[in-house]
Design a binder for this molecule. Structure first.
Ligand code: S3P
Length: 177
């Protein structure tokens, strides 16, 4: 049953910030998957990539997502940008969560991320063109996975939250009532 709200989208789309605002407004628990992974593993995401591997990180990400979705109460989940790269994650999200895609353009995304060292894939990318290609390769997955989409480039986090609530309600979900 779709009882949670899950935010997906590229790095820098505002998932963590918007999840916190939704949580405050509706008194819902917020689960930030990257934070959970760091707590579980006792090290930063960047260190997990460096000391283990991306595939190790992806497995922990799937396990963490599955655990978050098991919660009986409705929670707001901020996913990592790469959550859509595993079909298993997409299936889990679509079964248990109303999935909201926060859309951002590449310039805004990079402008919002002041320290790329915390994002190993951005640190590795090296140029804006490579980041854009990564974003492009995921766009169709974000769109196909989402129940609703909200553009974030021209909006503040509060405005994104207003729009998100409006679109989720319009789509007929009553998670906020
Ligand atoms: C990733 C996004 C990051 C984090 C990891 C991988 C990705 O999360 O999970 O660095 O593959 O896009 P944010 O989207 O919260 O930055």
């Amino acid at each position: 049953m779709k009882r949670h709200i899950a935010l997906i989208g590229f790095m820098g789309s505002g998932k963590s910030t918007v999840a916190r605002i939704v949580g405050q407004r509706f008194d819902m628990t917020v689960v930030d998957i990257d934070d959970e992974i760091e707590a579980r593993e006792g090290m930063s995401v960047a260190d997990i990539f460096a000391k283990h591997s991306e595939s190790y990180f992806r497995q922990v990400e799937t396990d963490t997502l599955r655990d978050a979705l098991r919660s009986e109460e409705s929670v707001v989940i901020a996913c990592g940008g790469g959550v859509v790269t595993r079909p298993e994650n997409i299936a889990l999200l679509n079964e248990f969560a109303i999935v909201v895609y926060l859309n951002v353009d590449v310039k805004q995304a990079l402008a919002r991320i002041d320290d790329v060292s915390t994002r190993p894939l951005l640190a590795k990318a090296g140029s804006n063109d490579v980041v854009f290609a990564l974003m492009q390769s995921r766009m169709a997955l974000y769109e196909a996975t989402a129940d609703v989409a909200v553009g974030t480039s021209q909006r503040t986090a509060e405005e994104v939250t207003d729009k998100l609530v409006e679109r989720v309600r319009e789509a007929g979900y009553d998670v906020f009532s």
